[in-house]
Design a protein around this ligand. Structure first.
Ligand SMILES: [Zn+2]
Length: 59
């Protein structure tokens, strides 16, 4: 999926492991800020139409 850093707004790829993102954090490769993965998802790779619709309606 694609994450967006809340500080510098850069987008970056993130390889999700085993589904649960609740406690996952990522360190921004641009500004080194650590942020919550779940709260900063920019786009999910659309594996299915349903997942993609769910993302769009959440915006
Ligand atoms: Zn950043």
């Amino acid at each position: 999926m694609i994450l967006r850093c809340p500080q510098c707004k850069h987008a970056m790829k993130y390889q999700a492991m085993n589904g649960n993102l609740e406690d996952k954090r990522k360190t921004c490769v641009y500004c080194n800020r650590s942020f919550s993965v779940k709260s900063n998802i920019l786009a999910k790779q659309p594996k299915s139409n349903n997942a993609y619709k769910g993302f769009k309606s959440a915006l």
